[in-house]
Design a protein. Structure first.
Length: 551
């Protein structure tokens, strides 16, 4: 037993790893406790670390610092790769409006924090930690602590962690209270908001639909299918043709005849064009594919095909089969001849049943290949992110240059790589399971280290005036999101979207969980994902700026 006691009382690497693991284990269990449909989630790890540090857990500061920074890098990189493919698309429709509202929340929070420092005389490290906790932004805390350490103030970095921990609980609860308050002030009826959202989605519908198009345009009679494909390439993907009650998979040389019915895939906004160019269109009738034809899904795991276009792959030229849809990162893509197929895509193929094995073999369809970890782009991205994060950014009025840091640099690189998808033969695909594992591991390691490094003086700090930090944190949390929520509602923005925007502007997954529980639609999650990347980037940059402004 002596060796066990010495292990717990030591300060070496083994002891540090022991306490990090114990903190993570207890914290994850604590985060699963649900009260009134609200739970701490991963923040339970932070309070677990504070608890063990308060009762004397001794850890190696150097090991703790490395694990904290590396965990932060893994977390932000996985977020960037996840949101990258949808980053540009998020600005369509009302994405710009939502991001402007989120930007207002971020700037108002920064102004409130700076005012607390100037008027209340609160220490810069404290107010920066409070600001990060009040907006539940862990990477922002990491960036601020890095700036403090590089400025030769490691003790202030620990104080910032304590400020974060004090302000964090109301950072979660305050967002939920704001949602309830706005709902009460405007007498909002959730059913009405859901109906309005669904009506808007239908109006702007881009979802792909199965269509049947009767060939009634005389100009197409006798024309080859290749002519029609070029004519409607961006609007219709042809899967098969019905002629005289029989179905067949057409080739480019197939000739169109009067009375043919083309079965394929299109989007609602293309229907009118198809009516003009081809003939009468019937939408969404589900017809079972039977006989010699079949519809099947194939995973693209053949790396030789990844990055090539539908035309370059040429499935439709070599087989009696057509790729009719592509599923990628939660998006459904209408495949034109110029559409690129990426590693990890799922494609829907309609073709001769007997050709199924050959098509699957050519495209890959290997779950084993898909599950193989793609680590080269991961470390390449981290390498580039660290370099980018270390580049000084000279901003007017700051006594020292800001940096994107170990949070902002990898995040920005990951967003770019996720959006790009590939560079040459190198793809940046990461399976959802691997991405989730990296994200959870990274944030847990970071919060473990923040708690263990800050908890030794946490209770003492609270007892000696730290209780005022709670009030400061509440102001930074409540004032910006309440003002922006009122403005957004006066702008006639859907209440469910408002909930998603303020959750995303505060980078707060627990608040999003509550928002999602209000109504079973995607308005909240969609708005959250739209504003999250820009908000995260600004939170990281402004946390450092607040430190540098007050040096």
């Amino acid at each position: 037993m002596d060796f066990l006691l010495s292990l717990f009382k030591g300060t070496g690497i083994a002891t540090t790893i022991l306490f990090i693991s114990l903190t993570a284990f207890v914290g994850v269990l604590l985060g699963k406790i649900t009260i009134k449909n609200v739970k701490l989630g991963v923040a339970g790890v932070l309070f677990s670390g504070l608890f063990f540090a308060h009762f004397g857990a001794k850890v190696d500061a150097h090991v703790l610092h490395f694990v904290r920074e590396f965990g932060l890098i893994l977390f932000v990189y996985s977020i960037g790769v996840e949101v990258g493919p949808r980053f540009v698309n998020s600005f369509r429709n009302d994405g710009l409006k939502l991001n402007m509202l989120a930007l207002s929340v971020v700037l108002l929070g920064f102004i409130t924090a700076f005012a607390i420092h100037m008027i209340g005389g609160v220490d810069p490290a404290v107010v920066t930690g409070i600001m990060s906790g009040a907006v539940t932004n862990t990477p922002g805390l990491g960036a601020a602590q890095q700036a403090l350490i590089e400025s030769g103030k490691p003790d202030d970095a620990a104080i910032a962690g304590m400020g974060y921990a004090v302000a964090y609980p109301f950072g979660v609860i305050g967002i939920i209270l704001t949602m309830l308050l706005v709902r009460w002030i405007f007498r909002i009826k959730i059913d009405k908001e859901v109906n309005e959202y669904n009506a808007q989605i239908t109006k702007n519908q881009q979802k792909l639909e199965g269509v049947e198009v009767a060939v009634t345009n005389p100009n197409l009679f006798g024309q080859k299918l290749s002519y029609l494909k070029n004519f409607v390439d961006k609007e219709l993907v042809i899967s098969r043709i019905e002629r005289g009650g029989d179905f067949f998979i057409p080739t480019d040389d197939s000739t169109l005849e009067k009375g043919d019915v083309i079965y394929g895939v299109s989007a609602i906004n293309h229907i009118d064009n198809l009516k003009i160019k081809i003939g009468e269109v019937t939408i969404g009738q589900k017809r079972e594919i039977s006989g010699s034809l079949a519809m099947f899904h194939v995973l693209v795991t053949n790396r030789k095909l990844a990055g090539k276009t539908i035309e370059q792959i040429g499935i439709y030229r070599r087989y009696e089969a057509n790729i009719t849809r592509i599923f990628r990162s939660g998006m459904e893509i209408l495949p034109t001849l110029d559409t690129t197929v990426e590693f990890g895509d799922t494609v829907r193929v309609v073709g001769k049943r007997e050709l199924l094995p050959e098509v699957r073999h050519e495209l890959g369809n290997s779950v084993k290949e898909l599950a193989h970890p793609n680590v080269i782009p991961l470390f390449m991205g981290i390498f580039l992110g660290v370099i980018l994060g270390s580049i000084p950014i000279f901003l007017p009025g700051l006594p020292a240059p800001a940096k994107l840091g170990l949070a902002g640099g990898p995040l920005l690189i990951a967003i770019l790589l996720g959006h790009k998808g590939r560079i040459g033969s190198l793809d940046f695909y990461m399976t959802p399971g691997a991405n989730m594992m990296l994200k959870e591991l990274g944030i847990i390691l970071f919060l473990c280290c923040v708690g263990l490094s800050s908890g030794g003086q946490f209770v003492e700090t609270l007892s000696k005036g730290g209780s005022a930090w709670l009030l400061y944190g509440a102001l930074i949390t409540f004032v910006p999101i309440f003002i922006v929520s009122l403005v957004a509602r006066f702008m006639k923005l859907n209440y469910l979207k408002i909930c998603g925007v303020i959750s995303g502007a505060m980078t707060d997954p627990p608040a999003l969980e509550y928002a999602n529980s209000i109504a079973p639609v995607y308005a909240q999650a969609s708005a959250y994902a739209t504003v999250y990347p820009l908000t995260m980037f600004l939170r990281i940059l402004l946390a450092q700026t607040l430190i540098l402004l007050t040096l």
